[in-house]
Design a binder for this molecule. Structure first.
Ligand code: HEC
Length: 147
């Protein structure tokens, strides 16, 4: 068998194995939105979201100085437009936040705290396909520095 035929065969077997694994997880866990995403699902979703954020945006820094006035406005906006799901403290312990799939995350955890300014901007401004997050409205991005 030629080298390229071997590579194709290995590729096909790899894809089939990954597909079989995904199907096994699906059959075992079902598609209920009551479950927590598996660790693998969460890892893949975070990785895909990161990859899908252009590098220039990922590395962008918040150009708005964090003055007390800006933070006051951001807090008020968060309370009005985000807290219904995320809770005023960002911990996601609200009845709406807990009934979504995936649930609203605890934003105090390292996964959220380690997101760059640019990643937060992209999530809030554009929303995330396949996840629950809607596209932002005017002023939403200003609530970002609070996380
Ligand atoms: C309808 C409920 C809902 C509202 C309203 C909402 N969010 Fe979310 N948010 C979620 C859920 C659920 C997730 C987790 C799934 C996801 O990332 O799509 C999330 C995720 C996030 C994340 C990513 C956190 C992480 O660690 O990946 C950020 C940042 C965020 N929200 C900011 C905001 C801001 C800022 C607002 C208000 C302008 C807002 N959200 C309004 C439900 C909501």
């Amino acid at each position: 068998m030629s080298r390229s035929a071997k590579a194709v065969l290995i590729g096909v077997v790899g894809v089939a194995a990954a597909g079989g694994g995904a199907l096994a997880v699906l059959v075992q866990h079902g598609v209920s939105a009551r479950d927590e995403p598996t660790a693998m699902e969460a890892w893949v979703a975070r990785g895909a979201r990161r990859l899908a954020t252009p590098r220039s945006l990922r590395e962008a820094k918040n150009p708005v100085p964090m003055t007390p006035e800006v933070l006051d406005r951001a807090r008020a906006h968060f309370a009005d437009h985000c807290a219904s799901c995320h809770g005023n403290d960002g911990r996601g312990r609200t009845s709406i936040g807990q009934s979504l799939y995936p649930k609203a995350p605890d934003m105090w955890h390292a996964e959220t705290q380690s997101l760059s300014d640019g990643e937060l901007f992209a999530i809030i401004k554009n929303g995330v396909r396949l996840e629950r997050h809607r596209r932002g409205r005017q002023g939403d991005v200003g609530a970002g520095p609070l996380h």
